[in-house]
Design a protein around this ligand. Sequence first.
Ligand code: MV4
Length: 417
Amino acid sequence: MFQKILVANRGEIALRVICACKELGISTVAVYSEADRNSLHVRFADEAVCIGPPRSSESYLNIPQVISAAEITNVDAIHPGYGFLSENANFAKVCEASEITFIGPTAEVIEMMGEKDRARREVRTAGLPTIPGSDGIIEGEEQLGKEAAKIGYPLILKAVAGGGGRGMRIVRRQEELLSAYQTARSEAQQAFGNPDVYAERFLEHPRHIEFQVLGDQHGKIIHLGERECSVQRRHQKLVEESPSPAMDAKRRKELGAKVVRALEKIGYTNAGTVEFLMDQDGSLYFIEMNTRIQVEHPVTELVTDVDLIKAQIRIAAGERLEEAVGDVKFWGHAIECRVNAEDPDTFVPSAGRAKLVVKGRDRSEAIGRMRRALEMFVIEGIKTSIPLHRRILADADFAAGKIDTHFIERLLGTNGK
Ligand code: MV4
């Protein structure tokens, strides 16, 4: 097992990783920017190293600075948390070259899943259902026409280097195709330095359902069930829950087994999330894979009793899944509300995020408990999204499990803006 881990992150996830290390008896090193000198993650870590000015590009995203801090403090491993360097294949490579364990999948797999068209091809070859679409990137106007004729309308153009809702363009009619393609390419070039796009059939009212997985370094993969993440606004998730009200035991078992087999073929290691869209007819299709721990991991922890961060650390240290996690049993229903410090009218942010997570024996008890907790939750002096969460949890459609990615637009009577 590792003796010392550097936590290459800030805020609640840095603190979460530090807590896991403390429980495992591992020493911790925090890194911080000049703006975060007095943060809790700095206070609770055994050591702390300032890695630069407030701007994250010069601190938390600065690979040489993070690696220097790791070398000075002589750590065995680095936990990247989420965001920042967590899905940066080059960072994983630099860690390896510096003989520091990157707590996550291999650089090769991070790279594979980061190229969204390649991820799609690889998982399809490995047996997962994907949305009908182009085989790879669309190389030019001639191929564009052929692919569109094959896929039909509406279709969606997605940046290969995008993900999480960035770099997408919906095309509803052939007349819009060429200009959408050109705009998508130039936006992708602007945003990611890579103009490549691929195409998929566009699903109008999907649910977003994702599977949590863990893979050890001995070739074994398990899944820890799914999370329902359809309640979102502008690609920011607001409420997540496990299990999904749209899944049943049979489909969970079937798709879960496919996910496990596919990732075993790919050689996936450590924690990851496989994202699916569920069509209105109930079909599930792969869209992308996240090769990091996610914000919403606690809802899975509550229904499985698995500490996912400790599992990540133990797997990275070489333990087998049987040892690191053991048998996984599912019990109850968990819900997370992401409480944002923001103005409810303008959505102007004032500070980070808090997570309110509850568990009940079933969905109805979890909803009742969340409503009670939201009612008693007091934050003074700043505006927060708590009133919005109270409305979501009091909504009849939400209670009935009738949620898709347009739920918030319907609730607010807007287009989500
Ligand atoms: C889609 C889609 C409909 N059809 N792909 C948005 C985030 C990125 N991970 C993929 N996204 C979507 N891909 C096809 N073929 C609709 C979305 C989408 C969405 C997906 C999940 C959660 C919220 C969403 C909000 C708008 C659009």
